[in-house]
Design a protein around this ligand. Structure first.
Ligand code: UN1
Length: 517
């Protein structure tokens, strides 16, 4: 059954515009949805509708807003299996991971429903008597949230849930290649008790979205942008926001290193590398980019990692597999280009071939009937990566992991930071000194010790530095600074004008006093 999906303005579908057909990437002859993509005017209209609804929503007491977040969490939990199945059908994520992703939305709601009863400000002592100082968190206004499709509900929830809780209204522009998931999540949001207008769904392609966003920001309709996607697009959004004196929340790419020290538990490191390198077919922002392995354990690591990857189940995402197909044809095409970064000095391991899994280039142990029916790719380990390689500095969204080796800790750090990304990172070691030195010197926003580069929990700050973002953080209490602005208030009830710094009572001290020798 094919559903046609359109933007939802004030909860009502607004069809029209070009139609995009979405195939199940595990079975390309199965059409999942048809998406009617909006034009820039409709995107702007969605932003205006959200802007109109903002004053009323922000005047709802925060604990009541938290109640709406609670209802959303319940609805997502009660529809978890259906939502997970849509994700798997639309983007090919293994069903177990899709269930985990839905759980991440529930966790986010659970965290923020309570925040409605906190959203703390402070009382601050004044320099003067009969005067009090306070701080309040004020909503930013209307937020435009533009997200990728690799985490089609969890990552959007990291923006939408806290933004709404803080009294903002939102326009969500999901990935145009995951509209069925977006529409399902949007329906849950629309049924959670938020007032009409507080949430808008705009389905559009990237170019149109940017055009709509530009007009919305320049006319004062959008006050905040949240964006998860590529570094290049993040840069353009950063420029647009910067010109208009806004700071966007940017979550961009990664080339996440996993350092294996000579004292590491190598099996544990292999397990971590397998999950973070190839889970979601390597299409997470947190996916492992390069394993940086001490030369003493390099050969052992590569041998065990190769064995694990060769034996890993790849195939039908409705079954128990390490990974399924690529998310979409666009991802598959880009991945083929990145495979071209493998050079003669590299050694390739991990499967019976490289590239798309076909009848001519089969994957031994493929889970499923016909690999050619979907966008399946061989897992590829590329050993012998050096800092000079394009592969070392390019984010390669797909099932490919580089391996580099080092002799000194300084070399490991240089390799772990040298590509300029700074999202996630990991070190495997049994020495606390290495763990803490790594934490100090790694430029990444997130550091794992004896754990893979993936698997962030929903209440720790998530975000990166350098090519991975502008230092903004999502999740937990940290994201509140993205969706609120601090407002300072002072109240003088002395009945006279007390001037700060000038009318402050003095403390007289004898600073010549010294203790007897
Ligand atoms: C992303 O890839 O954009 O840490 C987010 C993880 C997930 C979130 C990844 N919980 O892998």
């Amino acid at each position: 059954m094919t559903t046609t999906i359109a933007s939802l303005l004030n909860g009502r579908a607004v069809p029209g515009g070009t139609v995009r057909t979405i195939a199940n990437p595990a079975r390309l002859d199965e059409i999942v949805a048809e998406a009617s993509l909006a034009d820039a005017e409709t995107c702007l209209g969605a932003c205006r509708a959200a802007k109109d609804a903002q004053p009323a929503w922000s005047s709802v007491p925060a604990p009541v807003r938290g109640r709406a977040i609670q209802q959303l969490g319940r609805l997502v939990e009660d529809n978890a299996e259906a939502l997970a199945r849509i994700i798997t059908r639309e983007i090919g994520k293994p069903i177990r991971e899709s269930r985990g992703e839905v759980q991440e939305v529930v966790d986010t709601c659970t965290f923020f429903l309570g925040e409605g009863r906190r959203l703390y400000g402070m009382t601050v002592p004044s320099e003067m008597p009969d005067k009090q100082l306070f701080t309040f968190r004020a909503p930013v206004g209307t937020a435009a949230i533009v997200t990728a499709g690799n985490f089609p509900v969890a990552v959007p929830s990291w923006y939408l849930v806290p933004a709404l809780l803080c009294g903002n209204t939102v326009v969500w522009k999901p990935a145009e290649y995951a509209p069925a998931t977006a529409e399902a999540f949007a329906q849950l949001i629309l049924h959670a008790g938020f007032p009409v207008g507080a949430f808008q769904l705009a389905l559009a392609d990237g170019v149109t979205t940017f055009a709509g966003l530009e007009r919305a920001i320049e006319t004062g309709v959008v006050d905040k942008v949240g964006f998860t996607g590529s570094t290049d697009v993040g840069r353009r959004i950063g420029e647009l926001c910067g010109r208009n004196l806004q700071t966007p929340c940017l979550e961009l790419g990664g080339k996440n290193p996993l350092v294996v020290m000579p004292d590491a538990d190598v099996d544990l490191a292999v397990e971590g590398a397998l999950f973070s390198g190839f889970g979601t077919a390597g299409q997470r922002c947190t996916s492992l980019g390069t394993a940086i392995v001490h030369s003493d354990v390099h050969d052992d690591f590569v041998a065990r990692f190769t064995k694990a990857v060769v034996e890993a189940p790849v195939g039908d995402p409705t079954r128990d597999v390490l990974y399924g197909p690529m998310i979409d044809a666009r991802f598959a095409e880009r991945f083929e280009r990145w495979l071209g970064l493998i050079r003669d000095h590299h050694t390739v391991h991990g499967s019976t071939s490289v590239g798309r899994i076909t009848r001519e280039r089969p994957r031994e142990g493929f889970v499923g009937d016909d690999p050619e029916a979907g966008l399946y790719y061989h897992p590829t380990i590329v050993d012998g990566v050096t800092a000079e390689d394009d592969l070392y500095r390019t984010e390669t969204f797909g099932p490919i992991v580089g391996v580099a080796s080092f002799d000194t800790f300084d070399e490991a750090i240089a390799l772990a930071n040298g590509h300029g990304y700074g999202l996630s990172s990991s070190i495997y070691t049994t020495d606390p000194l290495h763990a803490f030195r790594f934490r100090e010197r790694i430029s990444a926003g997130m550091v794992s010790v004896n754990n893979s580069t993936s698997g962030a929990e929903a209440h720790l700050p998530f975000g990166g530095n350098g090519r991975s973002g502008n230092g903004s953080r999502q999740s937990g209490v940290w994201v509140l600074d993205q969706f609120t602005r601090w407002q300072a208030m002072n109240w003088d009830y002395s009945g006279r004008l007390q001037k700060a710094q000038m009318d402050v009572m003095d403390v007289s001290a004898d600073l010549t006093y010294r203790l007897p020798d």
